[in-house]
Design a protein around this ligand. Structure first.
Ligand SMILES: *Cc1c(COP(=O)(O)O)cnc(C)c1O
Ligand code: SF4
Length: 339
């Protein structure tokens, strides 16, 4: 019964999330006359996330992450539908393998929020409610590659799946002997914290696979109230928890905002992992920050924070064998220096 009620709660919250730009602005007391709706990637904001925005502030750093704007329609030849080469890295339906030892499983196309800068906003997801039949080809491909020790559940957001489906998937993965770790890439602890139930934690902890949680917060203002509680709950359960952020113009592209974000994370036991240079996805050009400026920000952070609180500033370059740290050292020069 208990399980039912906590699962019902987050599902109800998700079902009642705001799906209309005009409604979002009206709720916040911001002038809705500029309201704009995107047809391919509609507005989606859960109530909990909205509660952490400042009413009346059109520049609120949370609002700017989720508010559809006309700027998304401005064509830019350098911004593409598949900026990170996902299509080329497709092992089979639903699995991407770019890097040694780990494969990324697209568990579902659904998310609890629509971040306007999302690099997968044009990914050819099917709208099917994914279940074990859908993942079977992916599971087979993973089971046939003994070089893999880690599977990353991604999406969309894997925690949009209910506990039953997630549990089934984890069971099938745990039955593959060469897998050792299960990583979960999720923004739900940030945007829909009620998803972090005791049952979910139990599900992750009882598996043979070592769980690792990578969450996604871009601003300290996101990490308040129920979100802070959810993160604390994950950390206290003993699951290693990391944060990845995206460097976003007008949202976190200043040293104070980044310092506060990193401090907020480490104060809860969440280690800053990556700060991503924006992937050049169509519709997101207005969020881009000059990477040279990003490098300066990270240098400044290093002077303000303990070493473990400074994320790696990285860029995803299609075809590379890892995320590329910035500044980018020319590998040939490093090689010849060693000789
Ligand atoms: C980013 C990414 C990973 C994870 O890379 P890490 O550096 O291990 O965090 C794995 N697979 C794909 C396809 C990715 O895009
Ligand atoms: S939660 Fe992640 S996958 Fe979903 S829209 Fe936001 S950035 Fe994209």
């Amino acid at each position: 019964m208990e399980q039912r009620s906590s699962e019902t709660r987050w599902k109800t919250e998700l079902a009642h999330a705001i799906r209309d730009t005009h409604a979002l602005l009206t709720r916040l007391g911001v002038d809705p006359c500029e309201a704009w709706d995107s047809s391919h990637f509609p507005c989606l904001v859960p109530e909990s996330y909205l509660r952490r925005m400042t009413p009346g502030d059109p520049q609120d750093p949370l609002l700017l992450q989720v508010l559809p704007t006309k700027q998304e329609d401005t064509p830019n030849p350098d911004f593409h539908i598949d900026p990170v080469g996902d299509e080329a890295a497709r092992l089979t339906s639903g699995v991407l393998q770019k890097y040694a030892g780990r494969a990324l499983l697209i568990t579902t196309g659904a998310c609890a929020v629509h971040c306007r800068y999302c690099f997968r906003q044009h990914y050819p997801y099917s709208d099917d409610l994914h279940g074990i039949e859908y993942w079977q080809p992916a599971l087979t491909a993973i089971s046939q590659d003994p070089s893999l020790s880690e599977v990353i559940l991604s999406g969309g957001d894997p925690l949009v799946l209910n506990d039953r489906k997630l549990g089934q998937l984890i069971e099938h993965l745990a039955a593959i002997p060469h897998l050792k770790r299960l990583r979960i890439h999720t923004r739900l602890p940030i945007v829909l914290p009620s998803r972090i139930t005791d049952e979910l934690i139990h599900l992750l902890k009882q598996s043979r696979l070592q769980p690792v949680m990578v969450v996604h917060a871009n601003h300290a203002q996101e990490i308040q109230y129920d979100c802070a509680d959810a993160l604390q709950k994950i950390v206290q359960s003993g699951i290693p928890t990391l944060n990845q952020a995206v460097l976003l113009r007008g949202i976190n592209d200043n040293v104070d905002a980044l310092t506060e974000l990193c401090e907020c994370c480490v104060n809860l036991g969440v280690l800053p992992y990556y700060l991503h240079q924006l992937d050049r996805v169509q519709g997101a050009a207005h969020f881009e920050v000059d990477p040279e400026y990003g490098i300066k920000l990270i240098e400044e952070l290093r002077q303000r924070l303990p070493g473990y609180a400074v994320p790696q500033f990285v860029q995803e370059i299609p075809g590379e064998r890892s995320k590329t740290p910035l500044p980018h050292v020319n590998s040939l020069q490093v090689g010849s220096a060693r000789l």
